[in-house]
Each structure stands twice: as structure tokens, then as C-alpha cells.
Write a protein that binds this ligand. Structure first.
Ligand code: C2E
Ligand code: MG
Ligand code: MG
Ligand code: MG
Length: 292
């Protein structure tokens, strides 16, 4: 704003733009330092069977433990990491930490369940994920069956050859493939079945509609029955209330994830849940979001 205000005439850059560039450059630089200084860490959120509440898997969600800012959420840095390509290096950290954590839990004698990793399409270029993942699995002596890969529905659009090739390579490696944020993109279920996706994770926008409208329930029901007919299983993301859980049980959704079951926690907190194993019985995991 105000480029004709007189005083600023000698400037080449809009100050807002130049600030943005500066802070983008700063953020980019501090992300690189964060990799070197080991500031990225994984939180884990359980995914459980809708009926029994048995822990079936857990999603690894990255956090940046910033020395001044505290815990920074991925929404703050993943977009810039993607547009600068740094996501390839951050993704490698995530893959290595997830495999290292599985190995540590194995060595501690815990009954293991798979860890689900989020990947961006940028990481798929030149076979990156498959290469990084096989190396990490080998390094930590962890079987590929303990890793699942989540890719958002919108990232899968466009049939990029690299994405198709990488999905095939991951499948050959033995990892299960999940469609993340399903319902927010424009893919068809038959297309996803052709890509041999194993699991649909329905976006939490649809879960939150469940108690609110008849349409929300009908929509979810349609997804579940089509997914099942095509051999895919269904996870509801963002389950926050007991009412949503009850509806999802009635709809024959397979698995649930969300604050009602547990918030994402550091590895130590996940270890407790691995030992409890059934997470929907009493004692319920405390959740600030609802009053069950
Ligand atoms: P996502 O993969 O769809 O992950 C689910 C997000 O929903 C997580 O946010 C999780 O904390 C949040 N969530 C879980 N249950 C509930 C609930 O009941 N209610 C509400 N309101 N939210 C819930 P988070 O951890 O902030 O991650 C946001 C996004 O950042 C992820 O969405 C994923 O797309 C991306 N992301 C996270 N970790 C990574 C990573 O390691 N690599 C990449 N490339 N992306 C990541
Ligand atoms: Mg995810
Ligand atoms: Mg999601
Ligand atoms: Mg998401």
C-alpha cells in the first residue's frame, strides 16, 4: 500500500513484499539449521478400531521444537518447506525418526503397531521416498509392514508419472498406502482403486458434520459403502465426540482417529497407549475438547 506516498519513491520494493521475502528467507534458513540442530521431532496420534478401540496404528506428526518459539505446528512451515524443496530433507528426518522409534520400541519389548507417515508430492520426485524409506528400514532393521504412507487426495491428482511410479515402488516394498484428507480433492473412488490405495482417511470436515446434518451422515455412509465395495478400508479423521463415534460405528466405518480418542503426544505418551492397547474403554484419555 501507499507506493505513491512520496517518501517511498526511491524504494524498489514494496516494504510488505520485501518483509515477506526477508522472513521467507529467514524461515528457510532456520529450517535448514533446525535439521542440523535436531529440532524436528515427531508426535504420535493413535488410530483405533471403531468397535473395540484397539490400537491399530499411529500417525507421525512433525513438530518443530524451536528454541525461542516453542513447539511450532507443521502448518507454519510445511508449505514453505514444500515450495523450497527443503521438504525432501525434512521428509528424510521424519522417515528416519519413525523407523528409529519403532526400533527403540521393539528393543523395549513393546508390541508394535505400524507408524503412518505423511509425505508431500515434492518428496516423490526421483524416487526419493522409496529410496529414503528402504535405507531407513534397513538401517534400523524394521520391516516395511510397519510403515504406512499417507498422501493427500489433492496431491495424487494429475496422474504425475513420478507419483504413480513411487506409489508402485512403495507398494512393492510392502507399505500400505493411505489417501489423506479424502473428500477435499476431486478424485474418483475408482481412480483411487486403480492406484491400489489401501485406506481412505476421510477429512475431518466430514466427520464434524456427522452429528449436525442428515446429509453429513448420508455422505459418509456413501463413502464407506463404496470404499468397502472397492476393497478399501475407511478411517474417520478428527473424531471429537462420543456422538460422532457412535454414528461411525453404525456406518461401519473401520477405524477412527481424533481428539476424542487421544491428541497427538510425544513418543513417551504413545508408549503408555501401546501398553494399554484398548483405548476406548475406561479410563478414557483426557481431552480438553469435549466433555463426554
Ligand atoms: P493430516 O495428515 O491430515 O493430520 C491430521 C491433523 O489433524 C493433525 O494436525 C492432527 O493433530 C489434527 N487432528 C487430529 N485429530 C483432531 C481432532 O479431533 N480435531 C482437530 N481439530 N484436529 C485433529 P497437525 O499435526 O497440525 O498436522 C497438520 C498437517 O501437517 C497434517 O495433516 C499433514 O498434512 C501435515 N504434516 C504433519 N506432519 C507432517 C510430516 O511429517 N510431513 C509432511 N509432509 N506433512 C506433515
Ligand atoms: Mg495425515
Ligand atoms: Mg488428514
Ligand atoms: Mg491435512
Amino acid at each position: 500500500a501507499g507506493k505513491n506516498e512520496g517518501k517511498g519513491q526511491y524504494r524498489f520494493f514494496d516494504p510488505a513484499l520485501s518483509n515477506t521475502l526477508n522472513s521467507r528467507a529467514r524461515l528457510k534458513q532456520s529450517m535448514l539449521e533446525a535439521i542440523e540442530r535436531d529440532q524436528f521431532t515427531l508426535f504420535y496420534q493413535p488410530r483405533v478400531d471403531v468397535h473395540s478401540g484397539e490400537l491399530l496404528s499411529m500417525e507421525a506428526l512433525i513438530r518443530w521444537q524451536h528454541p525461542e518459539l516453542g513447539i511450532v505446528s507443521p502448518a507454519e512451515f510445511i508449505p514453505l518447506a514444500e515450495s523450497t524443496g527443503i521438504i525432501v530433507r525434512i521428509g528424510e528426518v521424519v522417515i528416519d525418526q519413525a523407523c528409529a522409534q519403532l526400533a527403540a520400541w521393539r528393543d523395549a519389548g513393546l508390541r508394535l503397531v505400524p507408524v503412518s507417515i505423511n509425505v508431500s508430492p515434492k518428496q516423490f520426485l526421483r524416487g526419493g521416498v522409496q529410496r529414503q524409506l528402504s535405507a531407513a528400514l534397513h538401517r534400523h532393521r524394521v520391516p516395511a509392514s510397519l510403515i504406512e504412507v499417507e498422501i493427500t487426495e489433492s496431491a495424487m491428482m494429475g496422474d504425475h508419472d513420478e507419483i504413480l511410479a513411487e506409489l508402485a515402488a512403495l507398494r512393492a516394498l510392502g507399505v500400505k498406502l493411505h489417501v489423506d484428507d479424502f473428500g477435499t480433492g476431486y478424485s474418483s473412488l475408482s481412480q483411487l482403486q486403480r492406484l491400489k490405495m489401501d485406506v481412505l482417511k476421510v477429512d475431518r470436515a466430514f466427520t464434524s458434520e456427522l452429528g449436525n446434518s442428515k446429509e453429513g451422515k448420508v455422505f459418509f455412509q456413501a463413502i464407506v459403502s463404496m470404499a468397502h465395495a472397492l476393497g478399501m478400508s475407511v478411517v474417520a479423521e478428527g473424531v471429537e465426540t462420543g456422538e460422532q463415534l457412535d454414528i461411525l460405528r453404525g456406518l461401519d466405518c473401520n477405524e477412527v482417529q481424533g481428539y476424542y480418542i487421544a491428541r497427538p503426544v510425544p513418543a513417551a505418551g504413545m508408549q503408555d497407549m501401546m501398553q494399554r492397547r484398548f483405548l476406548l474403554g475406561a479410563p478414557q484419555v483426557a481431552s480438553a475438547e469435549n466433555s463426554a
